[in-house]
Design a protein around this ligand. Structure first.
Ligand SMILES: N[C@@H](CCC[C@H](N)C(=O)O)C(=O)O
Length: 361
């Protein structure tokens, strides 16, 4: 279900007033509709206020995504907010330029859940390079720029399908900091993504932990705050540290973890020169895993696509799971397959519109 909002924005500091009726995704039939949501919103205005007077179920007006985003008033950013299993992003149509329309500092403000739109990151749809159809760039909610985002690229695929007539084509190529990524929109609306090959060489992850299996770091000891964790390091273009628990312990119960306390200690650990995303994993069976994630640059999120891929790679390398798994995340499940024939990882999951909106920059 998509949530569509009718948003009235008044901009007291700039004495500008306009209203935006946000649109449902073109293919949606009915949606949760925020009626009379009125807000005073300005990213330049620290006194950001929102109040909702009523909420009802209804069929949202159908506005073309392309025409909505095509408005080019200067100083105004039109965006669509999407989520993939609760990992949420502000999608920006940047197809006319290789220069992001939002700076890292503005991204931090836009992502703020109290004073901004609220998101885990800002994603830019840009012209393709090196023969690809598109380029995807992303800023984390702390303003840093990661190489890749798995849930983000599923949202990106749905965003492109809304913006452009793909002439029945369901798949296209995307250049990212992690190389070539190929999403494919399935008939059920889910997106299956060829995420490429995992990188296991320690110095390329990167981690300073010494390699202990070929060039990889598998089931290695990592001391965090006086506790020895057992970790496997995997890059999906971006770095991941995967743990199934502390050294010699039984299966982890991930719901019991104090993620906010332990997560930052992994993220900023001296063994990870580019910081790291960290996945804490519980094994239900050889094809069913559960994880919680602390993301580099975003903190605890409801899902991480690259993280789920890294988890399956680590589980296979540690002999805990088969190559095809369902990975449960706080926001829902992802299907992950690490194929033996091409060494590529395939991730399948949903991507949904949350709302359309506009903000002054
Ligand atoms: N949530 C994303 C990963 C986003 C990037 C990450 N925070 C990083 O800095 O590497 C996903 O779904 O993969």
């Amino acid at each position: 279900m998509a949530i569509a909002a009718a948003i009235s924005l008044s901009l007291p500091l700039q004495t500008r007033r306009f209203s935006v009726a946000s649109a449902a995704p073109l293919r949606s039939t009915s949606s949760l509709h925020f009626d009379s949501l009125r807000s005073n919103l300005s990213l330049k205005n620290p006194n950001f206020r929102v109040s909702a007077s009523s909420m009802s179920i209804g069929t949202a007006d159908k506005i073309s995504a392309a025409s909505f985003l095509d408005r080019r008033e200067s100083g105004i950013l039109h965006f669509v907010k999407y989520h993939g299993l609760g990992n949420d992003f502000i999608l920006v149509d940047n197809r006319d330029s290789m220069e992001p329309r939002v700076t890292p500092e503005q991204a931090v403000k836009l992502c703020d859940r109290n004073f901004g739109i609220g998101a885990d990151g800002v994603i830019f749809a840009m012209p393709g390079i090196n023969g690809t159809d598109y380029t995807m760039r992303i800023f984390n909610s702390d303003g840093s720029e990661p190489e890749m985002c798995g849930n983000g690229v599923r949202c990106f695929a749905r965003f492109i399908a809304e913006l452009e007539n793909l002439h029945g084509k369901q798949s296209f190529t995307v250049h990212t900091g992690a190389g070539l990524i190929v999403p494919e929109i399935q008939d059920d609306g889910k997106v299956k993504v060829d995420m490429g090959e995992p990188i296991l060489k320690a110095s390329d992850v990167p981690t300073k932990l010494p390699a202990n299996k070929d060039q990889a770091v598998v089931k290695s000891d990592l001391e965090v705050d006086g506790v020895t964790w057992s970790v496997t390091c995997v890059s999906m273009g971006n770095p991941h540290c995967v743990t199934f628990g502390t050294k010699g312990s039984q299966n982890l119960t991930v719901d019991e973890l104090n993620l906010a306390a332990i997560g930052p200690k992994f993220e900023h650990h001296e063994m990870f020169p580019a910081r790291t995303n960290t996945e804490f994993v519980e094994v239900f069976s050889r094809s069913h895993l559960k994880m919680r994630v602390w993301e580099r640059g975003a903190g605890a999120t409801l899902a991480c696509g690259t993280g789920a891929c890294a988890v399956v790679v680590a589980a296979v390398l540690e002999g805990r799971a088969a190559r095809s798994c369902t990975v449960d995340l706080p926001g829902g499940p992802l299907e992950i397959e690490w194929r033996e024939d091409d060494n590529h990882i395939y991730m399948t999951g949903p991507a949904e519109v949350v709302f359309y909106g506009s903000v002054p920059l």
